[in-house]
Design a protein around this ligand. Structure first.
Ligand code: IVH
Length: 694
């Protein structure tokens, strides 16, 4: 190809790539796969590599970000970046309207004629983008409203920030969505005849909840401290001197303000234009006639907000007519014509009952505050991660402290402050344990590292195995809850032990991979259903060494409740039929262990109802007879056979002893058969067993 041909190809590729970017970010639609798009980008970069002089600043290849900066350049905003006055109740919203109407129509406010435009208030941070001849020239932070910082290089990495505006109606018309759109907007079409040389757009940089969860999961995997909220990461990664910091790729941009006069007369038209220019805009935003409807919109969004992909902290309502808005002017730093109608506080105060430590997959210890349950914006919060020791020191948080807890959307609740004046006398500073709470191995802390780690490589695995066992078929048998989901719960810090499963809410489950609203609700109820559990299954689920199903049944039958079992002296345990010294000791030790006692307490606290449904056999046919099963059966499972034996009044034991009456031998029997032969115990085939059953 000649240079001319390459140039032509480059131009075409740029257009094509941009077309797909527009489609994806503006309309949430994809015509070609990510892989195909990557392939186009790759070709573009290869060609540009041949002739670097053909690289333009708006080329999609330039999204990789330039060289790291020494420091940020200051940028003076041509128009100040204002903030908004807040309304926290319907009353305050009405007061705002009254003021506005009075200013617009003097003492006859009834004559004021305008409507409203309402949109979501994204919880991110504001930036300004300046385009010259349609090409992104400068992007800056709000700063103090008058002077911000030049963050152009970081912003270029964010795909939803267009590198060039769509200024050509024919190009825009390539999208079927915009074609339909434009046909109903004759006034808007005129803008494109006199496209201003410089255009300034403002909007919000944010990180989606999902991306936020991923970033934090990644931090955890690498044993790094977690971020407190999406806004902090978003701000932090844009204000990066090195734009290559990959986190920036997970950021998003939503445009809400067209500062430049392009001929628009309402705020609604600004949104239309922003969309046509190639910006992602708020899909819920709309023109609204009355203040009542503004309140209705607020209510509607309040209900929807948990399901939105990003955090919002309210709605923004403003006078839609540009001239009226201008006339209303500015008071302090906020325009009179707009208001931020906020959602109720997502903060509450509560007391730290305990600070416990979770052990993650990589063995990193994470401190967690166990809180006196408190309702925050409709959800009961009973724990909050404290991230790491640095955070604990920063907050100076102690057991017994009264703390401020913030819950932002689906994000895990955060302790944002400690009310030190309310601290009880003698409250001790928190120290990381020196022994791992899961396995007891020493905890290590390398100098210069934030993380504390358990030195036992298989520690987290042990904890995992315990949980797999707890939910398994013969234990709690929770529908739809297998090892993979247990992993996801652990990896996302949602649970630490089996009792935590019962504290999970639908909203905790929903953001996890492979889950949606419905499946999360199903799993939630499957777990809740098991809040009533039989004593024998419960004992088996505890995973006490040497305590299988049969021993669990024996223990349940003998003691009839957990407390009695817990209080049983060693000798009493040894007296139980089928329980030898080793097993008795294992049971005894388990109940003496303090973290196990804590777990039992926790089960009680969450309202787990353990019932000793004293098993009543349907007949006495096999009364007094003890059976042991070995090998695989053909016509039924071993569990079915055991159940049948018990129904007929017989007993099942796990190991062969002198007391055993019959050993049932299936296919590929194990060492139990040998032992039976040695002790001269009668064996039965499956056929013979069936005959016994009748
Ligand atoms: S309009 C006059 N619209 O809220 C100020 N702001 O409290 C123009 N924000 O600094 C702001 N979503 O960071 C507007 N749809 C939205 C918004 C929004 C979030 C932020 C923005 C602003 C702050 C003001």
């Amino acid at each position: 190809m000649s240079k001319e041909e390459i140039k032509e190809r480059i131009e075409k590729l740029k257009k094509e790539i941009n077309y797909h970017r527009y489609l994806y970010h503006v309309f949430d639609r994809q015509e070609i796969s990510d892989a195909a798009l990557d392939s186009l980008k790759h070709e573009l970069m290869t060609l540009e590599g041949l002739f670097p002089d053909l690289i333009t600043s708006d080329s999609p290849s330039q999204r990789v970000g330039g060289r790291p900066l020494e420091k940020f350049r200051k940028v003076r905003h041509a128009t100040p970046m204002l903030s908004l006055n807040d309304a926290f109740s319907e009353k305050e919203l009405i007061e705002w309207e009254t003021r506005v109407k009075k200013l617009v129509a003097g003492n006859r406010p009834a004559l004021a004629d305008f409507d409203y435009f309402a949109e979501l208030k994204i919880d991110g941070f504001a930036i300004s983008l300046v385009y010259e001849d349609g090409v992104l020239r400068e992007g800056s932070t709000r700063g103090d409203g008058l002077v911000g910082e030049d963050v152009t290089e970081s912003l270029k990495v964010i795909e939803s920030v267009p590198l060039r505006l769509e200024t050509d109606l024919r190009e825009i018309g390539r999208h079927k969505e915009t074609r339909m759109f434009l046909s109903g907007q004759p006034a808007i079409r005129k803008v494109f005849d006199h496209f201003p040389k410089v255009i300034e757009v403002r909007g919000e940089i944010y990180m989606s909840k999902r991306a936020f969860e991923r970033v934090n999961a990644e931090q955890r995997r690498h044993g790094l401290p977690e971020f407190a909220n999406p806004r902090n990461i978003a701000a932090g990664s844009v204000r990066q001197l090195d734009p290559k910091v990959t986190i920036s790729r997970k950021l998003d941009f939503l445009a809400y303000d067209l500062v430049t006069d392009c001929g628009q007369s309402t705020h609604e038209e600004e949104h239309v234009l922003l969309k046509l220019f190639g910006f992602k805009t708020d899909e819920y935003a709309k023109r609204i006639r009355t203040l009542e409807e503004v309140h209705g919109f607020w209510k509607e969004i309040f209900q929807k907000r948990e399901n939105l992909p990003y955090l919002i902290d309210g709605i923004v309502a403003q006078v839609n007519q540009g001239d009226v808005f201008e006339r209303l002017g500015v008071i302090g730093k906020a325009p009179r014509g707009a208001v931020a109608y906020k959602f109720p506080a997502k903060e509450a105060t509560t007391v730290v009952g305990d600070i416990i430590v979770q052990v993650g997959r990589t063995g990193v210890l994470t401190p967690v505050a166990v809180l006196k349950p408190v309702e925050i914006a409709g959800v009961t919060v009973s724990r909050a991660t404290l991230h790491n020791m640095d955070e604990i020191k920063r907050l100076d948080i102690r057991r017994g402290d009264t703390v401020v807890v913030e819950r932002a959307g689906d994000v895990i609740p955060q302790v944002t402050g400690v009310l030190k004046r309310l601290r009880p006398k003698g409250a001790q500073e928190f120290h990381m344990p020196t022994a791992c709470p899961i396995c007891g191995f020493p905890v290590v802390h390398k100098k210069g590292e934030v993380a504390y780690r358990c030195s036992n490589k298989s520690c987290a695995a042990v904890q995992r195995e315990k949980l797999y066992h707890f939910v398994s078929k013969n234990a709690f048998d929770i529908q739809g809850l297998g090892p993979k989901i247990v992993d996801a719960f652990l990896d996302n810090g949602l649970i630490r032990d089996a009792a935590d499963l019962f504290l999970l809410k639908e909203k905790d489950i929903e953001p996890l991979e492979r889950f949606g609203e419905k499946s999360a609700a199903n799993l939630f109820s499957a777990i809740q259903e098991k809040k009533k559990m039989s004593l024998n299954r419960f004992i088996y689920a505890l995973g006490i060494q040497h305590v299988g199903e049969e021993t669990a049944i024996d223990l349940a039958g003998t003691f009839g409740d957990v407390e009695k079992l817990k209080a049983a002296p060693l000798e009493e345990l040894q007296k139980i039929r089928d329980i030898g010294e080793v097993v008795a000791k294992s049971i005894y030790d388990w109940f003496k262990n303090s973290s196990n006692s804590e777990l039992l307490k926790k089960f009680r606290k969450i309202g787990l109802k353990i019932q000793n449904s004293k098993f009543k056999p349907q007949s006495q046919k096999l009364k007094g007879k003890i059976f042991v099963l070995t090998g695989e059966l053909e016509t039924m499972t071993r569990d079915e056979a055991k159940a049948k034996i018990r129904e007929l009044g017989g007993d099942v034991s796990e190991s062969v002893s002198k007391k055993t009456d019959h050993v049932i031998v299936g296919k590929e029997p194990g060492s139990k058969l040998e032992k039976a032969n040695r002790l001269g115990i009668k064996t039965l085939s499956e056929k013979e067993l069936l005959r016994v059953f009748g």
